[in-house]
Design a protein around this ligand. Structure first.
Ligand code: FDA
Length: 304
């Protein structure tokens, strides 16, 4: 039953009619638990609260799978406006972006051109941009774009997913770029041809890639809510004398806020991922797919 629900949410996440409908009706079904709001003002207020609690943030203007040049340009401008707002309000946040929203499915050149505008704007403010990892179909292209732009930009980071078989090789390759990586388990529904089907194998690979990346001397954003894994990472960094300045824990807004605050109190850098904007449906569905127990929460909010 759990698997069936998870698959249903994964399918809905990519359903364009459902996504369009959701955009028209605003944040519904309890999505506010995971999304800061529709507007940049709401997002800034949310980050201010996070900063007051001793943590930093990464803002994400929600959007993905864009298929017109106009929409890709609009997403680019929204990313730039987000960077402007971070600078103007003085909040402590960087930017996280899905490059399918910048036109990756239209043309590689258009996407690179848009991404460069965002990186230039971030560089002007001394800020940092992380390009997220989406489904497997976009993986190679995303890494190629990262590697190309990394030659000219110090303020760019990428994401690596532990569920992919290829990931160990990618970690080795990205060491040549001294890559600042966010390390995640992986959020998309992938075929067993390319990804470990068993969670225990994903967890094992996750631990392995975190250790390799840290021992290579590179910066890591350890993005998980898995408290057992987090304690293992803390023990590993202590044993190997890896300084706290070489990594940060990253978690999603609305998930394990207790754990976020505890880690910050223990002196670890905690960065909260704060998504905002009208295109919230796909993101929300993936959060439900990860944890179908959240359905009870959705049903309660739907009939409120
Ligand atoms: P796991 O699934 O093992 O969960 C551990 C515990 O966390 C659970 O027992 C529960 O307590 C809590 N938990 C996890 N998910 C929850 C949920 N939805 N609701 C409530 N509780 C939950 N993926 C990707 O493919 N590309 C990307 O770019 C990113 N970016 C990203 C940024 C950040 C900051 C985070 C934290 C995660 C991502 N992800 C991602 C998502 C990631 O791949 C993964 O799907 C989720 O983090 C869930 O896996 P966990 O590592 O938390 O562990």
């Amino acid at each position: 039953m759990e698997k069936l629900l998870s698959n249903t949410f994964q399918t809905l996440a990519k359903n364009s009619a459902a996504n369009k409908m959701a955009q028209r009706y605003g944040l519904k079904f309890g999505a506010k638990r995971f999304v800061a709001g529709d507007s940049i003002e709401q997002a800034v207020a949310c980050v201010q609260q996070i900063n007051q609690n001793g943590m930093v943030a990464m803002l994400n203007y929600l959007g993905e799978y864009v298929f017109t040049e106009e929409a890709a340009q609009e997403a680019t401008q929204n990313c730039i406006k987000t960077l402007d707002a971070i600078h103007q309000t003085g909040i402590n946040s960087n930017l996280s972006v899905k490059i399918s929203s910048l036109g990756l499915d239209i043309s590689r050149e258009l996407c690179i051109q848009n991404l460069k505008q965002i990186l230039d704007s971030a560089r002007k403010y001394g800020n940092f941009v992380r390009i997220e990892m989406e489904d497997y179909a976009h993986c190679q292209l995303t890494l190629d774009i990262y590697k190309e732009l990394r030659q000219d930009y110090d303020n760019i980071g990428a994401v690596i997913q532990a569920y992919l078989y290829r990931t160990e090789d990618d970690i080795t390759d990205l060491n040549n770029y001294q890559a600042n990586l966010r390390l995640v388990k992986g959020a998309y529904k992938e075929s067993p041809d390319v990804a470990f089907p068993k969670k225990s194998d994903v967890d094992k690979n996750y631990e392995k890639i975190i250790q390799t990346h840290l021992l290579n001397g590179n910066y890591a954003g350890i993005a998980t809510h898995d408290d057992v894994m987090i304690e293992k990472v803390i023990e590993f960094t202590e044993t190997h004398q890896i300084p706290k300045s070489q990594f940060e824990f990253q978690m999603l807004y609305g998930i394990r806020s207790d754990l976020q605050k505890q880690l910050a109190t223990r002196g670890y850098k905690v960065r909260v991922y704060v998504p905002y904007g009208v295109d919230w449906f796909g993101y929300f569905m993936r959060r439900l797919a990860e944890r179908p127990e959240n359905v009870a929460f959705v049903l309660k909010n739907t009939f409120k």
